[in-house]
Design a protein around this ligand. Sequence first.
Ligand code: NDP
Length: 457
Amino acid sequence: MQIKGTTRVCGLIGNPVAHSLSPFIHNKLAQGMGIDLAYVTFKVDGDKVSQAVNGAYALDIMGMNVTVPHKQAVMDPIVEIDPLANAIGAVNTLVRVDGGYKGYNTDILGLKRELKEAGVDLKNRDVVILGAGGAARAIAFLCASEEARRIDICNRTVEKAKSIEEAVKTYYKTDYNRDIDIRSKQIENYTFDGPDGYLVIQATSIGLAPNVDDVVIEDPKFYERAEVGVDIIYNPAETKFMKLMKMHGAQACNGLMMLLYQAVAAFELWNDCQVDSKVIDSVRNELIDEMKKPNIVLIGFMGSGKSSLGRWIAKNHDYELIDTDEAIEKKEGRSISDIFETDGEDYFRNLETELIKELSSKKGKIISVGGGLPVKEENQTYLKQAGKVVYLKASLEELVKRLSGDDKRPLLKGSDLKTKIESLMEKRKDIYSSVSDIEIDTTGREFEDLYEEIINN
Ligand code: NDP
């Protein structure tokens, strides 16, 4: 969307903010809804929160999100506060009103909508909340406000769970004369001492990438007895907690929709609108793509190990493998040798260009690139756009060893394999070097070792 004189500004204050997905989500929502709004991040130091909020108001900024560590501090400079956000003790959204901003907590609105979409009704349900941090606190209030039957709040530091228990009980007794069945528990050796079929909301930071094999409760019985599990973590898309839930027959979802819906709730408050469900679906799909890992692009001479390393990385590290030669053969329904013989090399190179151009806008793929593809100048730009370009190298002797007896390569057909490889290598090696981000010698090395080097460089 073009920034104009009329464009309204919304933003995020926190520290750090550079990693945030909120600009991506809000700018997509604005675009989808045709609203003239730009969303940016503001890194604000702890002692400048009041100045930042007052300055934002003076600058006519329409609304703000607030993230860690300012969700409490921001309650000071605002002029009004939603009662539930006040009880939770954390504000993540500021809406412009007369004389200042009003604070809300849309995290709980996000989770509420995610649960509704997943067909999970909190009313009369037994809920187990794992964790007692900021997110768990908001979730406990949501469960109470939606009339869950019983809420167990389990944490490593049980005092924190106890403080949430007391805050929830006091708020609902004082303001609504309701007694809430909320019990604080030690998470170690926890079992639910009520009936089976409970809902578990995983709100600890355990299992967050890169520690994807961690889970806060291991006991299989805990998962067997549960009916639904929601992990509010969204990176990775499937946490160990979710895997265990599914393995024991329970429904499981991650926190991505909570993240998206808390943004939608804020966007609706700022713009006094209801975001179209088609726009939400499209932003969700774009968000899923955005969160995928950047592509790894393997280039190098034939026989350098691109296909076998690519296959191994895809299998062991959750990437989708695209082998450009195989993709072209599949699309054309014939072998590369046939394509060369019938339509010539130029025709084949154009197919490569089309494919690498298409792949340059994707994510989460390991792309094993045909040896001649980087030679064409046009392809070099697309390769660089496609991801981290890794030049896999092997010595001439090693290549001869790997390629002898291989009759599928049109450019190596005929006698004197060594001279052919040597002359092709001579023509291509500088191009491979110039187009790559890193160069790796593959001779005698394990795949895991090569993968580590790729990821860490
Ligand atoms: P906090 O830092 O406030 O709380 C962290 C929680 O994790 C605490 O309960 C803490 O226990 C527990 N924890 C941390 N390390 C361990 C450990 N080694 N063993 C046992 N428990 C541990 O974080 P938040 O509440 O703000 O966020 C929690 C998670 O939820 C984060 O991963 C965050 O990314 C995600 N989140 C997702 C949202 C979404 O929109 N989907 C929104 C907000 C958060 P203790 O108190 O004992 O230290």
